[in-house]
Design a protein around this ligand. Structure first.
Ligand SMILES: *[C@@H]1O[C@H](CO)[C@@H](O)[C@H](O)[C@H]1NC(C)=O
Ligand SMILES: *[C@@H]1O[C@H](CO)[C@@H](O)[C@H](O)[C@H]1NC(C)=O
Ligand SMILES: *[C@@H]1O[C@H](CO)[C@@H](O)[C@H](O)[C@H]1NC(C)=O
Length: 423
């Protein structure tokens, strides 16, 4: 046997020994196997566009003459696309100028569905790969067979950053400096969960003298009554078999120096989520099967270890990893560092890569970065590319702004399957 072959055989045997679950040796001749094509919704809000559909792709073996078509029904060879592009590079993202419909959360179901728009990769006029704008309300339980033996730390989990700082409306609100730097999501919490997020980054404000005392907040701004957030989570858990991490990360208003208000908040959470809370005694080293067998599906993380110590209902919070950077290149460097380190880490507590830029006070005051929507647009498409091609093996939780502007859900689902499906 030639030396190269021996060497290759040696490497293959090594990879089976050391990290079999991560390495899938495929001899497939399907040129489309590792390619992807998908649809995103731009977070950018202006008088000209809102909810603009974008097409993204990555295809190492693309050919001149290939086409990507957008459709309003399932693509067929004989169906005329409503929009077409001719990809002239391996990967890219293109705006279509087409505005997606506003879909109220009440129209979403607890069964995976395509939401009107489809995309297809065409070669010599034939549909070779397709995708659609879709919901993923049951992905975790759908993959029970391959995920059940794993821990939360082992999974690639889509999450939302500042989950309760959302604005879901069908009309364009004139943006103010405040909304520009407060709103991080355009789906309510139930919508985020239905689209596939399983990690919620929660910040709570307490307003003792107001009629509504508890608010989902972003910094000093109270965005949505906290009860609404709680009800959304309950509705989701009532209708699915998914496990959700409700990670209470910040207490920006009204908590004071002692633990009085923390106790009040925990009492409120325990009362509201009594039927759903998985007790801390299960711990982060539990497998998903163990959690499922408890009959409960909600993990409440709490970012205050003194308070966590007092209550069996609270788990140590997820470790959020913040780059605190203002430029896309710096975010890449930061994420590259944490994802590389994670490969050799043996921790069991989950960690969340916070995949967004962070404006500084002066950036906000002078509106230097154009607002969180603009910043998210710069980052979100790249996040998908990075996590599809560079950090797919190490990724744990990845928390994003404007979740539909990223392909993070389908990226996570695909790599969970590849990580754990022995092939
Ligand atoms: C590789 O190809 C051979 C022959 O076509 C087939 O029998 C085998 O199952 C393939 N292996 C994988 C991992 O796809
Ligand atoms: C939402 O549901 C209502 C009632 O079933 C229906 O009339 C409406 O067309 C739906 N909207 C969208 C965008 O699907
Ligand atoms: C969830 O289900 C419980 C038990 O069936 C029910 O009492 C509760 O009203 C439901 N809550 C929501 C928000 O759907």
């Amino acid at each position: 046997m030639d030396k190269l072959l021996v060497f290759v055989a040696f490497i293959i045997s090594l990879s089976f020994v050391h990290c079999a679950p991560y390495e899938c040796i495929s001899n497939s001749t399907d040129e489309f196997e590792d390619s992807y094509v998908g649809l995103l919704i731009s977070p950018v809000l202006s008088t000209e566009t809102y909810r603009e559909i974008e097409i993204y792709w990555n295809h190492a073996k693309y050919r001149v003459g290939d086409e990507i078509g957008l459709y309003t029904e399932k693509p067929r060879d004989d169906l005329e696309p409503i929009f077409i592009i001719h990809p002239d590079s391996q990967s890219g993202i293109v705006k279509t100028g087409i505005q997606a419909d506003f879909i109220p959360t009440s129209n979403l179901t607890f069964t995976k569905q395509c939401l009107k728009y489809h995309v297809a990769w065409l070669r010599t006029g034939m549909v070779r790969k397709e995708n659609c704008l879709k919901t993923q309300p049951t992905w975790m339980s759908d993959m029970k067979n391959i995920l059940g033996r794993r821990r939360m730390r082992d999974l690639f989990l889509p999450g939302t950053h500042d989950s309760s700082a959302y604005a879901k409306t069908n009309f364009i609100l004139p943006e103010t400096l405040v909304t520009k730097y407060v709103i991080t999501q355009d789906e309510d919490v139930l919508g985020q969960l239905i689209y596939g997020a399983r990690y919620l980054d929660i910040r709570v404000g307490y307003y003792a003298t107001e009629a509504i005392q508890w608010w989902g907040s972003h910094g000093l701004v109270a965005v949505v009554p906290f009860q609404t957030v709680i009800d959304d989570v309950k509705t989701f858990l009532n209708n699915t078999d998914e496990i959700v991490i409700f990670d209470v990360q910040e207490f920006p208003v009204g908590f004071g120096q002692d633990f009085t208000i923390h106790r009040k908040l925990v009492a409120y959470l325990e009362e509201q989520f009594a039927d759903y809370i998985i007790p801390k005694s299960f711990g982060w080293s539990s497998t998903l099967d163990t959690i499922w067998s408890s009959g409960k599906k909600l993990i409440i993380g709490y970012d205050d270890h003194n308070v966590v110590g007092m209550f069996d209902s609270l788990w140590p919070s997820v470790t959020q990893q913040w780059g605190n950077v203002q430029k896309v290149d710096d975010l890449y460097d930061y994420l590259n560092k944490i994802e590389t380190n994670a490969l050799s880490s043996s921790k069991v507590n989950p960690r969340s890569a916070m995949a967004e830029l962070t404006p500084k006070a002066w950036d906000i005051f002078l509106d230097r970065l154009g607002g969180l929507r603009k910043m998210a647009e710069d980052v979100d498409a790249k996040i998908t590319m990075w996590y599809n091609t560079k950090w797919q093996h190490s990724a744990n939780i990845v928390a994003v702004d404007f979740i539909k502007a990223t392909g993070i859900v389908e990226t996570a689902l695909e790599w969970n399957e590849r990580r754990f499906n022995s092939c």
